[in-house]
Design a binder for this molecule. Structure first.
Ligand SMILES: Cc1cc2nc3c(=O)[nH]c(=O)nc-3n(C[C@H](O)[C@H](O)[C@H](O)COP(=O)(O)OP(=O)(O)OC[C@H]3O[C@@H](n4cnc5c(N)ncnc54)[C@H](O)[C@@H]3O)c2cc1C
Length: 237
């Protein structure tokens, strides 16, 4: 399979970089084709603005989603966005590799989402969730934290990791049609011993070898919701 790793860490010797390098080596060894978008290395433009459109449909008022849709049709999206979209279309699996920043994506990765997941490409009218523009593909979050695992629970001070990741896994990946696999979280690598960190990398290695056997997270398809966006009674547990 073809795998796109979107890597969002500026330090080549970071634990995130070690995870990314391990993924490339492991997956290539398994016979997969791996493409890496190293966002800092590419100096990826993180801010969505009018320069993302080679021509503007409406020069007097910037309404981003309308410009995105028009630019998709006219082929006037900025070149760096088109390249990332082509990588997504060619991928069977997308891995987002990042450190958790302020309980979310680092700005450069959020900017990649803002600019690349355009209307008319990743989502649009009738094109969302299981019908999203990237359907048929899987995705996985591979992330690190500063805080320990014990704080990322329902009763822990950071709150449940499932809830923290819901906007990314459901609101971004699944919204665009990608089927998210269970995330891989390396908790607090900076506070671990070298031995513990090596064990974490070994655990990630096992996860990478098991990718084919993983079931996607059980999110509801569009058909399970009524016209008000409410789960139909038969799907309420
Ligand atoms: C703006 C900002 C916001 C943040 N918000 C949050 C937040 O909301 N929640 C939270 O929990 N944390 C938060 N953090 C902390 C952040 O998530 C962690 O610092 C980060 O996830 C740690 O990952 P890293 O790759 O940067 O680790 P690094 O500090 O780069 O690496 C940790 C250690 O691993 C070592 N290492 C590297 N490669 C290997 C290898 N191959 N084998 C063994 N060891 C290796 C490194 O030498 C280093 O000693 C935030 C940090 C910032 C800057």
């Amino acid at each position: 399979m073809q795998i796109l790793i979107v890597h969002a860490h500026e330090e080549h010797h970071s634990f995130n970089a070690a995870m990314k390098n391990l993924a490339v080596a492991t997956l290539e060894e398994q016979g997969h084709r791996v493409v890496v978008s190293d966002l800092y290395g590419m100096k990826f433009k993180a801010v969505a603005d009018g320069e993302d459109f080679l021509e503007r449909r409406d020069k007097s008022y910037l309404k981003r989603q309308m410009e995105e849709k028009a630019a998709m049709e006219l082929g006037t999206l900025a070149h760096d966005i088109v390249i990332e979209q082509q990588k997504l279309l060619a991928a069977d699996l997308v891995i987002l590799q990042f450190p958790l920043w302020w309980f979310g994506l680092p700005a450069i990765l959020k900017g990649w989402v803002d600019r690349v997941m355009t209307m008319g490409f990743a989502y649009g009218a009738g094109m969302r969730y299981d019908q999203g523009g990237l359907k048929g593909r899987r995705a996985m979050l591979a992330l690190t934290t500063g805080g320990p695992e014990s704080t990322y629970t329902d009763t822990g001070m950071s709150g449940s990791m499932d809830q923290i990741l819901f906007p990314i896994q459901h609101g971004i990946l699944y919204f665009c049609g990608l089927q998210p696999l269970p995330p891989f979280v390396a908790y607090g690598p900076a506070h671990q011993s070298d031995e513990q960190r090596r064990a974490e990398l070994a655990r990630y290695h096992q996860r990478l070898l098991a990718l084919d056997t993983l079931e996607p997270l059980p999110f509801h398809p569009l058909a399970h919701y009524d016209e008000r966006g409410q789960l139909r009674p038969e799907w309420l547990t």
